[in-house]
Design a protein around this ligand. Sequence first.
Ligand SMILES: CSCCC(=O)C(=O)COP(=O)(O)O
Length: 229
Amino acid sequence: MITTIVVDIEGTTSPTSSVREDLYGYTRERLPAWLAENRTGAAAPILAAAKAQAGRPSADTDEVAATLRGWLDSDVKAESLKAAQGLICAEGFRNGALHGEFFADVPPALRAWHADGLAVYVYSSGSVRNQQDWFTFARGGELASLVCGYFDLSTAGGKREASSYEKIAGAIGVSGDRILFLSDHPDELDAAVAAGWHAIGLARPGEPNPPRPPHRWVDTFADIDPSAE
Ligand SMILES: CSCCC(=O)C(=O)COP(=O)(O)O
């Protein structure tokens, strides 16, 4: 019996375009100034991690900003970039420039699962901070009250690793065979199944990741019945 649902964000709850155009665009524009202004504070661990990952220990903040912008452009899911994105976008969510964007079928499904007593968690490459803001400042009304918790690359690990799903199951204290994972990415579904989870793929019109066997694929949360898993 499924007691817990874990959802991916990009391509699953939300259009890829809303992440890449809105969040990446907002971050891209503000990265150089934000890194420079916060280099001895919130940006310090981000600068250190990005320099280490890039193999450029003596890079200055301008060079790190250019590196992080390059990672945004090629969608590198690096922890340091995602941490910066979460902190930079926090201001945009609070001043009304940014909203969490969700496919129309997602809020009613989350409400129904919550009303049925299912626990909903989020696991995304975006930082926990960014995820919380995405659900809190959802266009059309907050959705964070429907979510029990959030996991990201720093708290769970990479999304294509079975060990990350084992770690999440351990952290929430639920056996994998009671957890249903929803994602648009076949490699992530493979990893969740390898950890003993149930998994359903989202293949939404216009989204980039093609479906792949052996998973079941749907194009809307309305077609997901956790009690039938
Ligand atoms: C709204 S949280 C930020 C989303 C993000 O930056 C991202 O890379 C989404 O990746 P996902 O793991 O949800 O596909």
